[in-house]
Design a protein around this ligand. Structure first.
Ligand code: NAP
Length: 247
């Protein structure tokens, strides 16, 4: 979230732009203060667990109560847990589906009517490279990210006659604090494809403002994508299954 906020074009006057961030962590205050200090923006934050049933509605109500105009909605919150399905804990499966799928869908649903009233508005869904193929040992995570890919493309078409464009982003490894340990332990392919959060944020926002519906950050990842498209489905499943079984 920090990286996305810092890459927004901030050549605006104070009062022109409001940043509204919501995440699970307590202590968003210091991040909000940092933003206020460094950029000419009004900042709101809300610490909320988006896996809770009423959370998307609460985020929406907060925005309404504070009369916030949402020009850009970024569905970034997402988590992934690896392992054989039968060995995963049920609450981790729930978390992935509730956060990656349910929260993103409902937030989008709730904010669209207000965004439709604007001349131009953007929805940015942070999916993953995992969206492009079924992933043994990451089956639920990959499926949630494929959901975001299809959801984005269908919605972008539905909203064609409005000022809203919808973009999905498909990074293949972001060296965020949480993901760094996993990336270090992963295969050469995964390590060579990883980008920093700042790189992914910049590429995502550039493509979002260009109204591209689909973004694969990084040249290496684009090459992997085209190789993947040219291989038979069964071969990819076997290859990926072997890679994730070891990791
Ligand atoms: N890292 C990768 O290798 C990678 C690769 C492809 C795609 N992605 C996707 O990129 C996005 C960002 O992930 P990241 O790796 O950069 O990890 P991250 O920095 O840990 O981002 C995860 C975000 O989700 C928020 N979040 C987690 N659980 C939440 C909950 N229950 N309620 C509300 N917010 C919650 C986190 O908030 P707090 O910080 O407050 O917990 C954080 O802002 C995710 O959608 C992820 O699936 C990541």
């Amino acid at each position: 979230m920090q990286e996305l906020a810092s890459k927004l074009p901030l050549n605006v006057q104070k009062g022109d732009l409001t940043f509204f961030g919501f995440a699970a962590r307590q202590g968003l205050e210091s991040f909000s203060d940092e933003l206020r200090k460094n950029y000419p923006v009004d900042v709101h934050h809300l610490s909320i667990d988006l896996t809770k049933r009423k959370s998307p509605q609460k985020v929406f109500e907060y925005a309404q109560q504070h009369q916030l105009t949402i020009n850009i909605l970024v569905n970034n919150a997402g988590l992934g847990f690896n392992g054989k399905l039968e060995e995963l804990k049920a609450d981790l499966i729930d978390t992935m589906i509730l956060l990656n799928v349910r929260a993103s869908t409902l937030l989008t649903f709730l904010f669209i009517p207000g965004m439709k009233k604007l001349k131009k508005a953007y929805i940015l869904n942070i999916s993953s490279f995992a969206a492009f193929s079924p992933l043994p040992y990451k089956s639920v995570y990959a499926a949630t990210k494929t959901y975001l890919l299809f959801f984005t493309q269908a919605l972008n078409r539905e909203l064609k006659e409005t000022g809203i464009s919808v973009t999905s982003v498909h990074p293949n490894g972001i060296s965020s604090e949480r993901a760094m340990e996993n990336i270090k332990k992963s295969s050469f392919i995964a390590r060579s494809a990883a980008l920093t959060p700042a790189q992914v944020a910049k590429i995502s926002l550039d493509n979002m403002f260009s109204e591209n519906v689909f973004v694969i950050p990084g040249v290496v990842n684009k090459i992997y994508y085209y190789i993947g498209c040219s291989l038979p489905h069964g071969v990819i499943l076997k290859l990926i299954g072997n890679i994730f079984k070891k990791s």
